[in-house]
Unconditional design. Structure first.
Ligand code: SF4
Length: 389
C-alpha cells in the first residue's frame, strides 16, 4: 500500500477509535478561547457553528468501543443503543470538551435526550433543533429561516462575537467543497468498489465528524487520489445498496463482514448528515435564505424527511438504478422508529420494480457476525444466480 494512503487511513482509524475526543481537545488547545459544539445525527446546519469560529463535532455514540456502565440505567430495554452510549460518554466526562450540544428533531429518542441533557447538565448550552416538516417556502421555509437565525444568534453568543454575512457565506463555500469531495468519493466507489473498501471509506468519512471541514476535504481528496492508484483487482461480487444506517452507526466489523460475505457496497446512508445536500448551497446573496431553501429543495431523501410527492421509496429505486446495484440490504438499528417504520414502504417500492432485498438489524455494539455473514452471503449468491438466469 502506498505510504501516504497508509498514513491517511491510520489517521482516520485513530479518529474513529477516539472515544475521548482527544482530537477536539487538541484543536481547542491551539488557540485560547476556541470552542466546540457537539451535535447528534442526522443533520444540523454546521455552517453556523463554523462561521462563529467554532468546531462542529458529530456525536455518534460509543459504538463497540465503550463499556456502558451508567447509560443503561436511563432507558427502558426497548430502545436503540445510541442514547445509552451518548449518556455514558457524557457522564464519564468524555464530552466535557464540548461547549454546547445540538439535538436535531429526528425521532422521539433524540428529542427526549435533549430534555435529559438539560436536566443532567444544567448550565451547559443545549438546543433542540426543530427541523421543518412542511416544505412550503412560506410555511416550513419561513419557520426554518427563523430557527436558523436563532441558532446563528446562539452560536455568535457562545463564541463571544458576531457571525457576519461574509463569514457565513465563506462557511457555506467550505462545506460545499466538503460535500462535493464526499460526493466524488461515493461516485468513485460506485464505479470501482474494489478500490475503495467500506472500512476505508467509512473511516475517512467518519473523520469528517471531528475534523475541521477544510482539513477533512483535503483528507478525502488525498484518499481518493491515493486509493485510485492501488492495483487491487476487481472480484465477482454482488453490488448492493445499504440503507437504514443514517443515525446509530453499525460496528465497522459488521460492514467489513458484508464485503467478506461477497457484497460490494456501492451506496449507503451512513453518516448521512455529512453529505446532506444533493447539490451546492448558493454562495452569494442571503446566506440564511440560501440554507433554508437548500433544506427544502436539496435535502437527501431519508426516513426523517417529509416526502412532499408522497412517493416514499422512489429514491431507493433510483439509487439502485444509478449505482447499477443488484439488490438492497436493509440494515437498521434495533428499535429505530424512523428506519423501521419506513421500511415497509421501501420494500413495496422495491418489489414493484422486482429488486431483490434482504434485511437485518444491528446495535452499535453488536459483536456476533456469523449469522449476518451467512445471510448476506446467501443473499449475494442468490442475486448473482438470478441476474445470470
Ligand atoms: S437510532 Fe433511530 S430511534 Fe435511535 S436515536 Fe437514531 S433515529 Fe432515533
Amino acid at each position: 500500500m502506498n505510504p501516504e494512503l497508509e498514513q491517511i487511513l491510520s489517521r482516520a482509524q485513530t479518529l474513529y477509535e477516539d472515544v475521548d475526543y482527544k482530537a477536539v481537545a487538541e484543536w481547542k488547545s491551539y488557540a485560547p478561547g476556541r470552542r466546540a459544539i457537539g451535535y447528534l445525527p442526522i443533520y444540523v446546519p454546521r455552517e453556523l457553528i463554523h462561521a462563529a469560529g467554532m468546531l462542529p463535532v458529530g456525536i455518534f455514540g460509543g459504538g463497540d468501543r465503550l463499556e456502558i456502565i451508567r447509560g443503561d440505567a436511563y432507558f427502558q430495554s426497548y430502545i436503540c443503543h445510541i442514547p445509552r452510549s451518548t449518556v455514558e460518554l457524557a457522564l464519564s466526562g468524555r464530552l466535557d470538551v464540548l461547549d454546547g450540544m445540538l439535538f436535531p428533531s429526528i425521532c422521539d429518542v433524540i428529542r427526549n435526550l435533549s430534555g435529559m441533557w438539560t436536566m443532567l447538565f444544567p448550565g451547559r448550552y443545549v438546543r433542540y433543533v426543530d427541523l421543518p416538516q412542511n416544505y412550503d417556502a412560506r410555511v416550513g421555509g419561513e419557520f426554518w429561516r427563523r430557527e436558523l437565525t436563532a441558532i446563528r444568534e446562539d452560536m455568535a453568543r457562545l463564541a463571544g462575537g458576531q457571525i457576519t454575512d461574509r463569514n457565513l457565506r465563506n462557511s457555506i463555500r467550505i462545506y460545499n467543497q466538503n460535500r462535493r469531495a464526499i460526493r466524488e468519493l461515493y461516485q468513485a466507489r460506485s464505479e470501482a468498489p474494489w478500490l475503495y473498501p467500506i472500512a476505508q471509506v467509512y473511516a475517512v468519512l467518519r473523520a469528517g465528524s471531528v475534523l475541521p471541514p477544510e482539513e477533512h476535504t483535503t483528507m478525502v481528496r488525498r484518499y481518493l487520489e491515493m486509493a485510485s492508484q492501488e492495483s487491487t483487482l476487481p472480484e465477482d461480487r454482488s453490488r448492493v445498496v445499504l440503507t437504514g444506517m443514517f443515525c446509530e452507526q453499525p460496528p465497522l466489523a459488521l460492514l467489513i463482514t458484508l464485503e467478506r460475505a461477497g457484497c460490494w457496497i456501492v451506496d449507503d446512508d451512513l453518516l448521512l448528515g455529512l453529505r446532506w445536500f444533493t447539490g451546492e448551497v448558493p454562495e452569494e446573496g442571503d446566506a440564511i435564505e440560501n440554507l433554508a431553501q437548500a433544506y427544502l429543495t436539496q435535502s437527501v431523501p431519508t426516513a426523517s424527511c417529509y416526502a412532499p410527492d408522497g412517493q416514499r421509496g422512489r429514491w431507493l429505486v433510483d439509487a439502485v438504478r444509478q449505482n447499477r446495484a443488484d439488490g438492497v440490504i436493509f440494515c437498521a438499528p434495533s428499535f429505530c422508529d424512523p428506519a423501521l417504520l419506513e421500511q415497509p414502504m421501501l420494500v413495496a417500492a422495491l418489489e414493484r420494480e422486482h429488486i431483490p432485498h434482504t434485511q437485518f438489524k444491528y446495535s452499535e455494539d453488536t459483536g456476533q457476525f456469523a449469522v449476518i455473514r451467512e445471510q448476506a452471503g446467501t443473499f449475494s449468491d442468490s442475486i448473482r444466480l438470478w441476474s445470470e438466469a
